[in-house]
Design a protein around this ligand. Structure first.
Ligand SMILES: C[S@@+](CC[C@H](N)C(=O)[O-])C[C@H]1O[C@@H](n2cnc3c(N)ncnc32)[C@H](O)[C@@H]1O
Length: 205
């Protein structure tokens, strides 16, 4: 699938109109900049979701759900999650795309409950909640453990952070601090080498 096909499948022109009608300027960049859809197509290939069949996919912090439209096109089932007030903003896009959406809130010091699986694939793509120095090493380990417990054998977990590998810091010291915590939590794993943003991939035995 190329980017132009992905735009049709994700109903980008229709969703641009929807975003304007709903006065949702904040989400327009996801509909006008190719990089966000390109990223999803690349992740889709890394996870081999273009080759696997009938996958049950959970997308935590799913934004407009474009990963879901690509998944649905390939015959997979998909659940996207939102957090807080984004429900009101995001639900019309999920209705437009025929995708399911539910709430999931992940915070340091709170239980890290995710929608119950078992899932074949859990993704978290630049969810932004990692930019919070209150996340401890134990919080991250707990979240990853919960996700792994909710995966079928052979299932995959992918976390793509907002934290730049090259440490070209967008957010100052906070970014380095948060990345150090994640690197310590996942010290047995290196971030995937081909991304500018720190990204980890687990496969359940
Ligand atoms: C920048 S958007 C990324 C959207 C999508 N993953 C993408 O790549 O297009 C961040 C998403 O993370 C979710 N989010 C932010 N903070 C969260 C939290 N503490 N717990 C769960 N989800 C959160 C938001 O609801 C939003 O859908």
């Amino acid at each position: 699938m190329n980017i132009e096909q992905a735009k049709v499948i994700c109903r980008v022109p229709e969703q641009q109109k929807l975003a304007l009608d709903l006065n949702m300027q904040g989400w327009l960049k996801y509909l006008s900049e190719d990089q966000f859809l390109e990223e999803k197509l690349e992740l889709f290939k890394i996870l081999e979701l273009d080759k696997r069949k009938n996958q049950k996919i959970l997308d935590i912090g799913a934004g407009l759900g474009h990963f879901g439209s690509i998944s649905k096109h390939h015959g997979h089932s998909y659940l996207g999650t939102y957090f807080g007030r984004t429900d009101r903003e995001l639900r019309p896009f999920y209705q437009d795309a025929g995708l399911d959406l539910t709430e999931c809130k992940l915070f340091p010091n709170y239980d890290k409950t995710i929608p119950e699986g078992p899932w074949d694939c859990i993704i978290m793509i630049r969810t932004t909640f990692e930019l919070n120095a209150e996340w401890t090493v134990d919080d991250w380990k707990e979240l990853v453990d919960n996700c792994m417990k909710n995966l079928n054998p052979g299932g995959q977990l992918l976390i793509k952070s907002n934290l730049s590998v090259e440490r070209r810091s967008k957010y100052g010291k906070l970014e380095t601090q948060c990345q150090d915590i994640m690197l310590t939590a996942f010290s047995e794993k290196s971030p995937l080498p081909y991304w500018q943003w720190a990204t980890w991939h687990w496969i359940k035995e």
